[in-house]
Design a protein around this ligand. Structure first.
Ligand SMILES: C[S@@+](CC[C@H](N)C(=O)[O-])C[C@H]1O[C@@H](n2cnc3c(N)ncnc32)[C@H](O)[C@@H]1O
Length: 273
């Protein structure tokens, strides 16, 4: 049996409830592909059976698993490069100077996927800011998907992942080869911690962040969800902290965030109030 249009609409609305991701009906075929494993693990034989079972007996764990399986986890080391140049040349030198007495920095890689963004930032800090030796540096990575958080914590990457965006010098300096994979070195891992978290949950893990990277996830949200999320981030960003979005994303909240153009890209400063 194949799924009906109503079954797909049911699955899309279930994903929206669990993760706020709005899925394009043109990509409904992905449900079959991505939920194969889940269907088998529940002892069912097909997607329409899974939908029928969920209609009759809603099961939160399965609903969550469906939402997680439908996430797009595309990422890479130093993805898009310019935000990392911006942090390296403009944002971090000033921030570090301002935190000289405190000797503490906390960043959030929000929707971190398999961890490359967080580890890229940790490598950047270690490589170019030796004055941070002895500081308390925290890079918190969070993601909806338990599977990508598990991979981020494991910090092991395949050659194909390493080949995407990571300078060879960083590979040699900050990775250890383990069989046919590469593992992030302990001095980089120790600055990074990963947690499973839905970005739309009202509580953030920490009260304050000096910098937040929220890249390539808002495109899956509708406008009310984006606004809700950005207002939450505004509350936890230090007044002199920065927010970096994906290259095609904007806050759309001029009363809450000032757009600053620099280094061929832009970032956001929280406005008071
Ligand atoms: C395309 S990846 C972006 C990864 C990284 N930020 C980057 O730019 O390379 C999007 C990530 O957002 C996560 N995600 C989607 N909806 C989420 C939500 N409601 N809460 C937390 N993470 C979510 C997905 O699991 C996925 O790993």
């Amino acid at each position: 049996m194949t799924c009906s249009a109503a079954d797909y609409a049911f699955l899309r609305s279930l994903v929206f409830e669990q993760s706020a991701n709005t899925l394009d009906p043109a990509r409904d075929y992905l449900f079959e592909q991505r939920l194969q494993h889940l269907i088998q693990s529940t002892g069912l034989r097909s997607l329409d059976q899974l939908v029928a079972a969920l209609r009759q007996f809603p099961d939160t764990a399965i609903q969550r698993a469906i939402a997680e399986a439908m996430t797009v986890n595309e990422t890479s080391f130093f993805r898009d490069r310019t935000p990392f140049d911006l942090m390296h040349r403009e944002l971090l030198p000033v921030l570090i100077e301002r935190r000289r007495a405190l000797r503490h920095l906390r960043f959030w890689s929000a929707a971190c996927s398999t961890g490359q963004e967080a580890y890229s930032l940790a490598m950047l800090l270690r490589e170019y800011f030796p004055q941070l030796n002895g500081w308390h540096i925290e890079i918190i990575g969070t993601d909806l998907s338990a599977e990508v958080v598990r991979r981020a914590r494991a910090a092991r990457y395949q050659r194909m992942e390493i080949n995407r965006g990571l300078p060879a010098r960083f590979l040699l300096k900050y990775f250890l080869q383990k069989d046919d994979e590469w593992e992030v070195a302990p001095e980089i891992r120790r600055n990074c911690r990963f947690f499973q978290q839905n970005l739309l949950e009202s509580s953030c893990r920490f009260e304050r962040y000096d910098g937040i990277l929220l890249r390539n996830v808002m495109l899956y949200f509708d406008q009310p969800t984006r606004t809700h999320l950005l207002l939450n981030l505004h509350r936890v960003l230090e007044p002199d902290g920065f927010l970096i979005l994906g290259s095609s994303e904007q806050t759309g909240l001029p009363d809450h965030f000032q757009t600053v153009f620099a280094a061929g890209t832009c970032y956001y400063r929280p406005l008071p109030g």
